[in-house]
Design a protein around this ligand. Structure first.
Ligand SMILES: Cc1cc2nc3c(=O)[nH]c(=O)nc-3n(C[C@H](O)[C@H](O)[C@H](O)COP(=O)(O)OP(=O)(O)OC[C@H]3O[C@@H](n4cnc5c(N)ncnc54)[C@H](O)[C@@H]3O)c2cc1C
Length: 381
């Protein structure tokens, strides 16, 4: 049973899934040939391209698991897995819709009210509505139960005050789901008294300030909420149930192919460069390909568990720990193997991988904390 908790049964990636995989590959090849996309690393975080997002939507590859009555395509988690895996392997610019499609869709389907589903799901599937994540705060990262953003009930809704930080893409997104405290902390039950709200980021009282990283990029933000009014209709799920909701959202956030494919375009390009003799041959290339093949199976196994409606939190944490370590190891392997390559596109992939690397094991929950989650899932603590 322990092995099943670590890796659920792997579904068969055959038949229709192969056909879908080929269809996505052909589309991506055409996009590359037309010069519409250039492979990049960490494309799900840094590749914001709304035109490309709409091209995917036109193919039916956004909101794939959203039921047809809510403007989606009624397809399976496994089909979505195949599409996202191919997009990431190609380094396609998917950041604009990534958060909405990955975790807001399943959360809305699980906890959203009818009004919320009808207002957001069709727009997400059309590639016209983008979301950010409003969890972390200046003094609350790993220990999310300590969030201090406070929501106070007022006539017709709630007033929210507090500061969120490291909010990826908030300066371009339409809304975020904000984790807030709705009753004072009870030291014996710290996970109670938390609630989630859908906050439109253009609402009065929302101030989005850029956090520019050492590389000069603007990706993160600090989001300051000063008495922001949120109508009752935008309470997400149930008041007081925020912790349970947030942890189920994190299951979707941790297990997908973006947790092991962020540097795949670099590895693919390195294989090509080795083939042409532009970089020295090295047996570790094969070792990384083998690690990624194993991670593909493990991540597919989690997608299969989600399809069957099973909880896969421990298995998702295992994918994230092993996958994000592999992404970073690939960046380091290629960085040590090459010395500022002459090929400009290749050099950009190497430099970007090295710059982005520190975030791989932090975002979505640090690997130290996830090891604790795995230990708990296996009954060891
Ligand atoms: C690229 C990137 C994008 C992000 N995007 C978002 C976003 O869009 N929205 C959002 O809300 N957040 C976002 N984050 C924030 C991210 O979720 C937090 O950085 C993460 O949860 C860690 O929190 P922290 O930075 O406060 O570190 P801390 O929690 O302060 O941890 C500091 C160190 O202590 C260790 N540590 C802490 N507690 C334990 C423990 N119990 N056991 C062992 N070790 C422990 C950690 O592993 C870490 O090494 C993003 C982060 C990155 C890097």
């Amino acid at each position: 049973m322990i092995s099943r908790r670590l890796v659920p049964p792997v579904p068969d990636d055959a038949g229709p899934l192969h056909a879908l995989r080929s269809e996505v590959r052909t589309f991506l090849f055409e996009q590359r040939m037309a010069g519409r996309i250039t492979p990049r690393v960490d494309s799900w975080v840094t590749g914001w391209d709304e035109q490309f997002t709409r091209a995917l939507a036109a193919r039916g590859w956004l909101g794939m698991t959203v039921p047809i009555e809510y403007g989606g395509h009624g397809r399976s988690h496994l089909e979505r897995f195949v599409v996202t895996e191919e997009l990431l392997a190609a380094g396609a610019p998917v950041a604009a819709h990534w958060i909405a499609d990955r975790q807001i869709v399943p959360s809305l389907l699980k906890y959203g009210s009818e009004t919320q589903k009808r207002s957001y799901l069709p727009a997400i599937a059309r590639g016209e509505c983008f979301f950010a994540i409003g969890m972390s705060e200046p003094d609350s990262g790993s220990d999310l139960a300590s969030v201090r953003t406070k929501a106070t009930q007022v006539d017709g809704g709630w007033q929210i005050t507090g500061t969120k930080v490291w909010t990826s893409g908030a300066h371009r997104a339409d809304a975020f789901i904000c984790l807030s405290r709705t009753s004072p902390v009870d030291p014996c039950r710290r996970h109670e008294g938390l609630s989630q709200f859908i906050v439109e980021l253009k609402s009065p009282g929302v101030d989005i300030r850029p956090i520019v990283s050492m590389s000069g990029r603007h990706h993160f933000n600090e989001v300051i909420l000063d008495d922001v009014f949120v109508a009752d209709a935008m309470v997400f799920g149930s008041i007081g149930d925020g912790w349970r909701q947030v942890t189920s959202e994190l299951g979707y956030e941790r297990s997908g192919p973006e947790r092991f494919l962020s540097t795949f375009p670099l590895l693919a390009k390195t294989a090509e460069q080795m083939f042409h003799g532009a970089v020295p041959r090295h047996p570790d290339l094969g070792r990384y390909v083998a690690r990624l093949a194993g991670l593909h199976q493990m991540s597919l196994a989690v997608a299969g568990a989600l399809e069957r409606g099973e909880s896969a939190d421990t298995a998702a944490a295992v994918v994230k720990v092993l996958g994000t370590a592999t992404e970073g190891d690939i960046a380091e392997f290629v960085d040590l193997l090459t010395e500022l390559p002459e090929d400009a596109a290749y050099r950009a992939l190497v430099e970007e991988s090295v710059l982005q690397r520190p975030g791989f094991t932090l975002r979505g929950g640090t690997n130290e904390v996830l090891r604790g989650v795995i230990a708990r899932g296996l009954g060891m603590r």
